[in-house]
Ligand binder design. Structure first.
Ligand SMILES: Nc1ncnc2c1ncn2[C@@H]1O[C@H](COP(=O)(O)OP(=O)(O)OP(=O)(O)O)[C@@H](O)[C@H]1O
Length: 284
């Protein structure tokens, strides 16, 4: 059985100009030990879909679904209190901007040990030991000393490592990483991706990697869902997707990769889609 199964998920926001559907009838599943990439350009509803699963959307969002099943429990049917027990513990999420996701007013150690206190009820000594162990696992040098650092005293890459440590603190079954490397320097991006995939393998977690970057998909994913304007355009294992993309939008995303550039400028996804539509029209 899949770890997470979503059927017909729709998220609509109340806006001044009327309801806006950010996610429209999304189906997906992820298994234990699997890396699923959700790829699509900015605004395609990747984050909103996963925030709906986590129950973290504002009150202006209306979420409907036929099923949101996590390990045999339908998240739609459980109380807010039960959901809070699952979210942050069994399902954890890490975000794009580590500096903005960490609280600047508290030390790294406090933020890590709070997660352990709230979700696992560990005592003071155990929390500290576990926090040092977690910082070691994510490759922070001198972890015991780092517990008393504030986020602004660390680099962006180190803050993202701390966020990852917080994400895996309670040994989640499923980790959702929302553009985890977008805000980082290119040289650090690869290290963070390797760290995430290494932890996913050693913990046997399911990992959902949200990204707009086909390079990240190629580096990390087993299976891929391509999303556009809130809808799933295509779903395939990663090799099939790169070798035989079926949907024009997927082909457009792949054409925008640097290695597929034909001129001195990369085509935009919109330009590739327009070219495809024109040549389809010419063939009729
Ligand atoms: N609270 C909100 N109220 C109204 N619209 C929202 C809200 N949150 C997100 N949206 C809209 O929903 C759409 C999907 O946003 P989402 O953040 O899921 O996109 P995304 O594919 O993850 O892209 P990005 O990587 O840029 O975040 C966007 O058009 C966004 O403006």
């Amino acid at each position: 059985m899949a770890l997470l199964t979503i059927r017909n998920l729709t998220v609509a926001f109340d806006t001044a100009s009327g309801p806006f559907k950010a996610v429209d009838g999304l189906d997906l599943h992820v298994d234990r030990g699997e890396v699923l990439a959700i790829v699509g350009e900015s605004g395609s509803g990747k984050s909103v879909g996963m925030l709906a699963v986590m129950g973290l959307l504002p009150a202006t969002a209306t979420v409907t679904a036929d099923l949101i099943d996590f390990e045999g429990r339908d998240l739609r049917a459980i109380s807010a209190k039960e959901r809070r027990r699952i979210v942050g513990k069994d399902i954890a999420m890490i975000f794009q901007e580590p500096m903005a996701s960490l609280n600047p007013c508290f030390t790294v150690g406090y933020q890590l040990t709070e997660t352990l206190r709230v979700h696992l009820g560990l005592g003071r000594r155990e929390r500290r030991d576990r926090a040092v162990e977690l910082l070691t696992q994510v490759g922070i040098p001198d972890p015991a000393a780092r517990l008393s650092s504030y986020p602004h005293q660390m680099s962006g890459g180190q803050c993202q490592r701390v966020m990852i440590a917080m994400g895996i603190a309670c040994n989640p079954q499923l980790l959702i990483a929302d553009e985890p490397t977008t805000a980082l320097d290119v040289t650090i991006q690869k290290q963070i991706l390797d760290l995430l995939v290494g932890l996913q393998q050693s913990h046997g977690m399911g990992l959902i990697m949200i990204t707009h970057d086909m390079g990240v998909v190629a580096e990390t994913a087993h299976r891929v869902v391509v999303q556009y304007k809130g809808r799933k355009m295509e779903e395939a294992n990663v090799l099939d997707l790169f070798e035989h993309p079926k949907n024009p939008y997927t082909r457009a995303l792949l054409s925008a990769l640097p290695e597929n550039a034909t001129g001195d400028r990369l085509p935009t996804v919109g330009e590739v889609l327009a070219r495809e539509a024109a040549s389809a029209g010419a063939a009729l």
